[in-house]
Design a protein around this ligand. Structure first.
Ligand SMILES: [Zn+2]
Length: 241
């Protein structure tokens, strides 16, 4: 109900600007609706316009039932899936193309009320992240001078929580500390109801986002280090000359 009395400002993603923007309520001629006004209508729209461009709109539609005296939100533009997609775009750079598609699919499904299906994709993403770390651990051990010790047979037969423990040097701390997450995802697919999966979705999604945030940070730190190393080398050789 809050949205129908709200005049703004609302801070939200604008699909027109393709970035966050500030929205305020678009008020038509007869702007302020009372409960009595609503009951005279069978449908109610609340529109908000973007502060940068008034043709960018956010619209929420509600069905009013005059007999039962109830209101139900029946639609919104842009869709919830589109609104929630914006924040995951930054992960495109640290995920393989296919895995990134799966993350978007998981969010889209959850936004459409498909709980178990979204868990299937989240679990695959989780498994992919672990497999990436596994490959890194293996190739590190293959380089003789690192002295890293790796027992791949033990790894292959280990349970997921033990695998994560073995890979702890190659995985974000958050994932290692919260390795029970995988159990929740698997349980969701086999035992939890649609409703339970949807209720658990935000927490699990944030968990995966934290893991991906750590990957972004790591990538940026490496880039910075590499840049700094090159500049210092350039300075050093300039001084020599
Ligand atoms: Zn806009």
């Amino acid at each position: 109900m809050a949205i129908f009395n709200c005049k703004g400002p609302i801070d939200a993603y604008c699909s027109g600007c393709n970035s966050h923007s500030i929205f305020t309520r678009y008020l038509a001629a007869k702007a302020v609706h009372t409960a009595a006004d609503w009951l005279m209508m069978d449908r109610f729209d609340a529109a908000f316009t973007c502060g940068r461009n008034p043709s960018h709109r956010m619209i929420f539609t509600t069905k009013v039932d005059n007999v039962k005296r109830t209101m139900q939100k029946i639609g919104q533009y842009p869709s919830l899936a589109e609104l929630s997609m914006y924040d995951v775009r930054k992960y495109g750079g640290v995920l393989a193309k296919e895995t990134f598609q799966e993350l978007k699919r998981a969010i889209g499904l959850a936004a459409h009320g498909v709980g178990i299906g979204s868990f299937v994709y989240l679990r695959r993403i989780f498994e992919n992240l672990v497999e990436e770390a596994h490959q890194a651990a293996k190739s590190e051990a293959a380089k003789l001078d690192t002295g890293a010790d790796w027992d791949d047979d033990t790894y292959q037969t280990a349970r997921m929580t033990d695998k994560i423990q073995m890979l702890r040097r190659h995985l974000p701390d958050f994932l290692v500390e919260n390795r029970v997450m995988y159990g929740i995802l698997s349980k969701g697919i086999h035992e939890l109801s649609e409703k339970e999966c949807l209720a658990a979705f935000p927490a699990v999604k944030v968990g995966i986002e934290i893991i991906l945030d750590a990957k972004i940070e790591d990538m940026e730190r490496r880039k910075k280090l590499e840049g700094a190393r090159k500049s210092i080398q350039a300075l050093a050789s300039a001084n020599k000359a």
